[in-house]
Design a protein around this ligand. Structure first.
Ligand SMILES: [Fe+2]
Ligand SMILES: [Fe+2]
Length: 290
């Protein structure tokens, strides 16, 4: 059957991705827990000397401007915060893998990185105020929600070009995901969720990823979908020919998109937090930009 053949063909290419480090595999697993202790996160980071070095350099960087140098991972966790540091090290580890992959015709791996990171940061913030079933998984769901797109580009590049042609032939008529379904009989949201299953990511996160283009009320998918929409609209898009509202200030875009979902969120505060978090990641020794 065509459905099975494309899904199998694409998922087979998962083994061609650079292997996840043992630390990253364990980190992904921690997003299924409601709480991770300082000592268990420190133990995890200390297992990877390169990552541990990056964390110490981040803690001692201008972003935090400490008078006394931070010399231990637990000191860095105290300074940066458990959840925030877990998000940062996960984003850094994931982006390191993507950076090893080439870009292709009509596809930028660097833009893909940035889109995942922007969506992750926005989703983690929005999950605090928009009702959902698994807010602790928001960052990881945002970070990996579009990994299926990367798999499509890698596994079936000719079909990817056909999707781009179908999408661009009549602008605004079909959504990207409709074009994927037309060409592949499957879509990147389904493929992302299947990849996350193989990486043993918790079920509520996989579900949010699977439904991020058809979000379910009061579920994490709703948060990821909104974060995705905001990320695209303020210029962090992975799609070719996405309309970025260049003449509209980002704070107005956020106001327009987020207000209907939640009036408690201040667009200005959300934007400031988003920019700070992007700076933290970019200020880290391993930067996301190639
Ligand atoms: Fe998507
Ligand atoms: Fe997306």
């Amino acid at each position: 059957m065509r459905v099975a053949s494309f899904e199998v063909q694409i998922l087979d290419r998962l083994t061609d991705l650079p292997p996840f480090s043992p630390v990253l595999i364990k980190l992904l697993g921690t997003f299924g827990q409601t709480h991770i202790s300082c000592s268990s996160l420190a133990t995890l980071i200390e297992q990877d000397p390169v990552l541990a070095g990056s964390v110490l350099r981040l803690a001692n960087s201008a972003v935090y401007s400490q008078r006394e140098p931070v010399t231990s991972i637990s000191g860095a966790i105290n300074l940066i915060g458990i959840d925030r540091l877990r998000n940062v090290v996960t984003a850094l580890s994931v982006s390191q893998m993507w950076k090893k992959l080439p870009s292709a015709d009509g596809w930028s791996t660097a833009d893909f990185n940035e889109h995942g990171l922007a969506t992750a940061i926005l989703a983690a913030s929005l999950a605090e105020d928009i009702p959902n079933d698994f807010g602790e998984g928001a960052f990881l769901a945002g970070l990996l929600h579009d990994v299926g797109k990367l798999l499509i580009v890698m596994a079936v590049p000719n079909e990817y070009k056909e999707i781009v042609r179908t999408y661009e032939v009549e602008p605004g008529i079909k959504t990207w995901i409709q074009c994927e379904r037309e060409v592949l009989n499957t879509d990147h949201a389904v493929l992302s969720a299947l990849a996350l299953e193989q990486w043993k990511v918790a079920e509520p996160i996989r579900r949010a990823v699977a439904w991020h283009h058809d979000p379910e009320p009061k579920h994490l998918s709703k948060v990821v979908a909104l974060a995705d929409k905001v990320a695209n609209a303020i210029g962090y898009s992975v799609l070719p020919s996405t309309t970025v509202l260049v003449d509209t200030p980002p704070v107005e875009i956020i106001d327009r998109l987020v207000r209907p979902e939640c009036t408690r969120i201040s667009p200005a505060d959300l934007l400031e937090h988003f920019r700070n978090e992007m700076d933290v990641i970019r200020g880290a020794p391993r930067t996301l930009r190639s």
